[in-house]
Design a binder for this molecule. Structure first.
Ligand code: THU
Length: 162
């Protein structure tokens, strides 16, 4: 038997002052989207903003539903909108932010498993790592280069064809 060990990496920034303008802009857009989240059941407001390789920005926020599982996360609203309107254009980066009045979100919120899988799909399609920026209710920002750092040993479509 052999045990394989995988390492994941992320970078933590304090505030946006040392980030490139492109990152700052995406975080601003994500906070803007977060303000319009429809989250009356969880009171957990999430905003996402992504930049495509053609420089177009798509925003999304969580959309909840009285039939709970019918709701959808902010990340997937943004990613599916982008793919619907600009199919095949790679996603360069995505910022995801969250806030709630119910408690203090001191650390950034990381995407749920379903959203990681969806990001993996589009990253695999384009072959280019997606840059992921995460922020909660503090100046702490986590930067993750590529979905493999969020979803090691991911399932991808290639396995369906073998
Ligand atoms: N949510 C997101 O929008 N993105 C995530 O990555 C985690 C969770 C939403 C789904 C639901 O509306 C609320 O946050 C609570 O789970």
């Amino acid at each position: 038997m052999i045990t394989h060990t995988l390492t994941v990496a992320y970078t933590e920034a304090s505030g946006t002052s040392n980030l490139p303008d492109d990152d700052r802009k995406l975080l601003e857009e994500a906070w803007h989207a977060c303000d319009s989240a429809y989250a009356p059941y969880s009171n957990f407001h999430v905003g996402a903003s992504l930049r495509l390789a053609n420089h177009i920005i798509f925003n999304g926020n969580n959309q909840e539903n009285a039939a709970y599982p019918s709701g959808i996360c902010a990340e997937r609203v943004a990613v599916f909108s982008a793919s619907a309107l600009h199919p095949g254009v790679p996603i360069e980066s995505i910022a995801v932010v969250a806030k709630t009045e119910v408690f203090n979100l001191a650390v950034p919120v990381t995407p749920c498993g379903a959203c990681r899988q969806v990001l993996a799909e589009y990253e695999t399609l384009s072959g280019k790592p997606i840059r992921i920026l995460l922020q909660g209710n503090s100046d702490k920002i986590w930067i993750i280069e590529g979905i493999a750092n969020l979803l090691p040993l991911m399932f991808h479509g290639g396995e369906l064809k073998k």
